[in-house]
Design a binder for this molecule. Structure first.
Ligand code: SAH
Length: 273
């Protein structure tokens, strides 16, 4: 035989599954009915919950009434706990024998640093489980009536962070030429603060200033707002409408479908700008 190598899949048969000491739970974008059944069960049985500010009050209401709930989120202007502190707290509780539900907005492995928390648990040898959640992009697409990959308009969807990151050239960890490609939908998480720069860079790298673009604020919650405009006009729209976090930015031709589809979306409360 030549150079045939088998890939070994490490699965539940390789080691007996220890009961998870920490469960990283995706809380979804806000509407509690968008939780997975598994997440809803874990919340109903929880004794200790560490949660972020993206977790909606409606989802928190699903937690067992006698559970201890500790807020470890980051409110926009001050950090109540740095990421290392959150990880330490989680590890301390787990080592003390507590079963920890770590409740994170959206999906634990889509931005929001859940990957780092899982890494820390793995390094510490603490058994954990991850329950996926509906990420903000999916929640917002459905509730705002923006089909991310409608095949007449987009063959790709790209999820990126618009958060400035130290140490990166120009402040962003982004590959601009790739983002400015045609026939794709761009979903920008954490992009509100840097929206004017993001809009300018995308235009500089070749996207038409008139590309349809939208901001979806508090997607899937009763107070959701959807503001539609053009790539170049979006920063002024966000400012004049005083858009607040959490909000997602979507850029691409699929945004044109919003007026037609939002009337049939989950939350018919959208305001078109
Ligand atoms: N893990 C999360 C994302 C965490 S990053 C997920 O999978 O959704 C935080 C960013 O997510 C926010 O800055 C915002 O851009 C976006 N976001 C989260 N919830 C949102 C919501 N209900 N509406 C709009 N954007 C939301």
């Amino acid at each position: 035989m030549g150079n045939v190598s088998a890939t070994r899949h490490f699965g539940p048969l390789d080691k007996p599954a220890a009961p998870a000491q920490v469960i990283l739970v995706g809380a979804g974008p806000g509407d509690p009915e968008l939780l997975t059944l598994k997440a809803a069960r874990v919340l109903a049985e929880a004794q200790l919950v560490l949660y972020d500010n993206l977790v909606s009050p409606q989802v928190l209401a699903m937690v067992a009434p006698d559970a201890q709930c500790i807020y470890v989120g980051k409110r926009s202007s001050h950090h109540s706990l740095p990421q290392e502190g959150i990880i330490e707290l989680m590890l301390d509780f787990a080592r003390a024998g507590r079963r920890v539900v770590r409740l994170k907005g959206g999906d634990p492995y889509v931005f929001g640093r859940g990957g780092e928390e899982a890494e820390a648990l793995a390094h510490a040898g603490i058994a954990f489980e991850v329950i996926p959640g509906i990420s903000a992009a999916q929640g917002a697409a459905a509730s705002a009536g923006i089909p991310l990959t409608h095949r007449d308009h987009a063959a790709r969807v790209v999820w990126v962070t618009g958060h400035l990151r130290e140490g990166c050239e120009d402040g962003f960890d982004l590959d601009w030429p790739t983002l400015a490609r045609p026939r794709q939908t761009l979903v920008i998480y954490m992009g509100l603060a840097a929206l004017p720069v993001l809009s300018e860079r995308l235009v500089d790298h070749g996207l038409s200033p008139l590309t349809p673009a939208a901001i979806i604020e508090r997607a899937t919650l009763p107070e959701q707002r959807t503001l539609c405009g053009t790539l170049v006009g979006l920063p002024a729209l966000a400012a004049s409408e005083a858009v607040r976090s959490p909000a997602l930015i979507m850029v691409g031709e699929v945004v044109r479908l919003h007026p037609l589809l939002h009337a049939h979306a989950q939350q018919p409360l959208a305001v078109s700008g």
